[in-house]
Ligand binder design. Structure first.
Ligand SMILES: Cc1cc2nc3c(=O)[nH]c(=O)nc-3n(C[C@H](O)[C@H](O)[C@H](O)COP(=O)(O)OP(=O)(O)OC[C@H]3O[C@@H](n4cnc5c(N)ncnc54)[C@H](O)[C@@H]3O)c2cc1C
Ligand code: SF4
Length: 470
């Protein structure tokens, strides 16, 4: 894939800690944006638009930049995707719109992500409000989880006149956009501005409320006309090796969260850090560890470079940051002294036959144990499912696929007529991303609207609630 972004030259030794965590890609100037917009061919049946999960009308928003109508451009983006500002920063554009751009073949693709960001920044800097709450239709919807899927669904429903309440267990809304995406890709303020936009549409946010603990799912189903479940996934699971309780062993998501909510110079980190797992979370943990000042950061992965789940451009980015990779290596114990991490014991692996996912299975190489000294271990081996939520939903007859919530493709409705779901908690195959979660929220909003507005009456008025089929 063509590397067409020219990042700021990264010279950590010349930068303060704060500078190292500033947005990686600089904003386009007006001149750069207009020049780039004028390169676009405004294709008919544009492949870039087809490749966008939220079907943003890319040629039209780019044309509007070229003709000086940046406000119109921003509106066009937000009509298709309320989280256009986040998506312009975090979308894997090389895999989506830019990867599909016809100009890939001859020269470099249009910098669609950066142009989208240009329009989003323009509207944000001028505090332009594009939408308002629809006239009330008397229906009430509960959204569980205020990440991108929840926010998108809540915002779209508010525009249609629904009274929406978002329940979020964390202090701030925004889900992983607020807490999980590294600040040099998306500053926290961008995510919080999107939360404010949804709030200004009339959505009520109830933070620090966990569904399943503070309020039950049964209560929501009884009190609301529809419930949209968008709880994402949980923390990093345990690796199941001795030594995980030692001081210096950190959950990768907690590590990233610290860089988003704490002062950077207050974050404790080791000098020689091992990151376990080579997915995008592992890469993010490793790059922030380097930027925080760790001297040696090694990603340990039990398969080879070919099987690693991280995007290729993320892998290249991490190597550019001085992160080292140790492939075909499996940790078997975290070694400690006086309760603190001093090393990680590993074995070498070889690749055997492909497993059910088509990836070759790692096979242990006998007598290959060794200890890699380190003073911090960051675990980044995926995310747990919300088993308690799944259990609560089972009581309503909601079905699952591989511990993900099963939904109808078109409407995102579950097997229970009042319960819809979207985002990472339904994504049992393929990559999960913010833009897909946003699209799930849109589809669920349309599904709920079709079901409720089509029915014409408000079911809570009639108090018709189906009992859980336990
Ligand atoms: C480290 C990391 C980096 C990533 N980087 C990128 C990237 O660069 N680009 C990209 O496109 N995607 C990225 N992703 C993926 C992307 O963040 C997710 O696909 C997206 O956030 C999913 O949105 P969601 O709304 O389904 O879930 P989430 O964003 O996880 O939001 C779910 C929300 O539900 C809340 N919740 C959970 N349980 C309850 C409950 N019982 N009651 C109330 N609230 C609850 C949670 O607190 C959370 O706020 C990344 C993911 C990770 C982990
Ligand atoms: S495919 Fe490329 S050139 Fe064609 S409309 Fe999309 S961005 Fe423009």
């Amino acid at each position: 894939m063509a590397e067409h972004y020219k990042p700021v030259k990264y010279k950590p030794w010349e930068m303060t800690l704060e500078e190292r965590f500033q947005e990686y890609h600089p904003a386009l100037t007006e001149r750069e944006a207009v020049l780039e917009a004028n390169r676009c061919l405004y294709c008919y049946d544009a492949p870039c638009m087809t490749a966008c999960p939220t079907s943003i009308d890319i040629p039209t928003f780019i044309k509007k930049i070229a003709t000086g109508n940046v406000k119109g451009s921003a509106r066009k983006i937000l009509e298709a995707n309320l989280l256009g500002a986040t998506c312009s920063r975090v979308c894997p554009v090389q895999e989506l719109c830019e990867g599909a751009c016809v100009l890939n073949e001859d020269e470099k693709p249009i910098a669609i992500g950066r142009l989208q960001r240009y329009s989003m920044d323009y509207a944000a800097e001028r505090d332009i409000k594009f939408f308002k709450a629809g006239e009330s239709n008397g229906f009430k919807v509960a959204v569980v989880g205020a990440g991108p899927a929840g926010l998108s669904c809540a915002g779209e429903l508010a525009k249609l006149g629904y009274a929406v309440t978002c329940y979020e267990r964390k202090a701030m809304s925004g889900g992983l956009d607020t807490y999980g995406i590294v600040v040099f890709r998306e500053p926290v303020e961008i995510s919080l501005a999107e939360v404010r936009m949804v709030e200004e549409l009339g959505v009520t946010f109830k933070n620090n409320v966990s569904i399943g603990k503070d309020i039950t799912m049964a209560q929501l189903v009884e009190q609301y006309d529809s419930v949209f479940v968008a709880v994402g996934l949980g923390n990093v699971p345990s690796m199941g090796v001795p030594g995980e309780d030692l001081e210096g062993v950190v959950d990768g998501l907690d590590f990233i969260e610290e860089t988003k909510v704490k002062k950077l110079d207050e974050i404790k980190h080791g000098k020689r850090i091992c990151v376990i797992g080579a997915g995008n979370t592992g890469i993010d943990c490793a790059t922030i560890a380097r930027r925080l000042g760790a001297e040696r950061v090694t990603i340990i992965y039990r398969r080879s470079e070919t099987e690693m789940p991280a995007y290729h451009f993320e892998y290249q980015f991490a190597m550019g940051e001085g992160v080292m990779f140790m492939f075909l290596t499996q940790p078997i114990e975290i070694v400690g002294e006086n309760g603190k991490v001093v090393g990680i014991k590993c074995v070498r692996m070889d690749l055997g036959e492909p497993d059910h996912s088509g990836r070759r299975t790692p096979v242990l190489v006998p007598d290959s144990e060794f200890v890699l000294p380190c003073d911090m271990v960051v675990t980044a081996i995926g995310q747990e499912k919300h088993n308690e939520m799944l259990h609560a939903l089972r009581a309503f007859g909601v079905k699952e696929v591989k511990h993900y919530i099963s939904v109808d493709d078109e409407t995102r409705r579950t097997a229970h007529h009042k319960i819809f779901a979207g985002g990472d908690c339904i994504r049992h195959k393929g990559e999960a991303s913010t833009v897909m979660a946003v699209q799930d929220g849109k589809l669920a909003a349309a599904g709920i609207h079709k079901q409720l507005a089509g029915a014409g009456t408000c079911s809570t008025d009639k108090k018709t609630v189906s009992a859980p089929n336990k």
